[in-house]
Design a protein around this ligand. Structure first.
Ligand code: NAP
Length: 277
């Protein structure tokens, strides 16, 4: 699978599995473990999660699913802004590691901007990196002014900004995408299928999908994968959909496809705040 390079020199796959809404119901634990294992068998090696998902439940599911294969994977997790103090980040990371039965997280993100001074947060992230408990760190839901508020010495070290980004929500393109791309900072597009909402019912998307002999979900993902420095993390609890979504990696959109999608889903033409789910 295609990889992106992080400032640390580590690499990150461009396609991963989201896990929001997993780990919320004990009776679904085994079936969710099975879905993640199936996703790994299908070739997915990046898993995105957060301490917030199922209040640790999603990380518990992942911990069970990745037994014996952890080192083949790229694990992303996120900590709450209220845990962003120096000791809070370290303790949150320890809990996540314990739930996921592993020694390190590949990419550890501040879930959204909060009120704890970022100097404390980054101090803790450096300490975690030095002790080998995380390989890279980054942020999520950071708009331009949030990115600019990151200590200057840390800005070039960020591993990604995970953002709400899909064809129907291109707010990130107003300013954030330019800032990230100038610095070689990958963007990880969350809710890339717009949570299976209106986007997947778009007639234009259906038309392009028809032409490419693909599904609308594949086209939505292929469009994001066409954007420079962008990783996608669609979530599905259905193995057949995970397999289908992976097919997006093999689709090369033509200039005509891109033009049609751009006309139906234009980039913002005036100042707009970064969207969030
Ligand atoms: N950083 C943040 O603040 C933040 C916020 C939101 C999400 N995230 C991360 O991003 C991941 C993905 O975002 P998301 O879960 O919000 O939304 P999403 O991936 O855009 O959409 C997930 C929804 O789409 C359905 N789906 C998946 N593949 C499909 C297909 N081929 N055809 C039709 N429906 C399909 C899924 O249903 P089934 O499961 O039934 O297939 C699910 O309801 C999350 O799981 C999470 O890891 C991060």
């Amino acid at each position: 699978m295609r990889q992106l390079k992080l400032p640390s020199g580590n690499t990150m796959p461009v396609f991963g599995l989201g896990t929001w809404r997993m780990g919320e119901h004990p009776d679904r634990f085994q079936s969710e473990v099975a879905v993640i294992r199936r996703a790994l068998d299908l070739g997915i090696s990046l898993i995105d999660t957060a301490e917030m998902y199922g209040e640790g439940g999603a990380e518990d599911v992942i911990g069970e699913a990745i037994r014996g294969v952890r080192d083949e994977l790229f694990l992303v997790s996120k900590f709450y802004p209220h845990n962003a103090s120096r000791s809070g980040v370290i303790e949150a990371c320890e809990r996540s590691l314990q739930r996921m039965n592993c020694d390190y997280i590949d990419l550890y993100l501040l879930h959204w901007p909060g009120s704890i001074p970022l100097t404390q947060t980054f101090d803790a992230l450096h300490a975690l990196q030095e002790s080998g408990k995380i390989s890279d760190f980054g942020v999520s839901n950071f708009d331009l002014h949030d990115l600019q508020a990151i200590p200057e010495s840390d800005q070039p070290l960020l591993g990604c900004n995970q953002v709400f980004y899909n064809l129907a929500h291109r707010e990130v393109e107003w300013q954030v995408a330019g800032w990230c791309r100038q610095r070689g900072l990958p963007m990880m597009a969350y809710s890339p299928l717009d949570q299976a909402g209106e986007l997947l019912r778009s007639p234009v998307l259906a038309e392009v999908a028809d032409r490419r002999d693909a599904t609308v979900a594949q086209i939505a993902l292929a469009w994001l994968l066409h954007q420079p420095g962008t990783v996608v993390i669609p979530k599905s609890a259905k193995p057949e959909r995970i397999e289908q979504n992976l097919g997006a990696l093999d689709i090369k959109l033509s200039d005509g496809d891109l033009q049609d999608l751009d006309t139906a889903f234009p980039a913002p033409e005036q100042a707009v705040r970064l969207g969030m789910r």
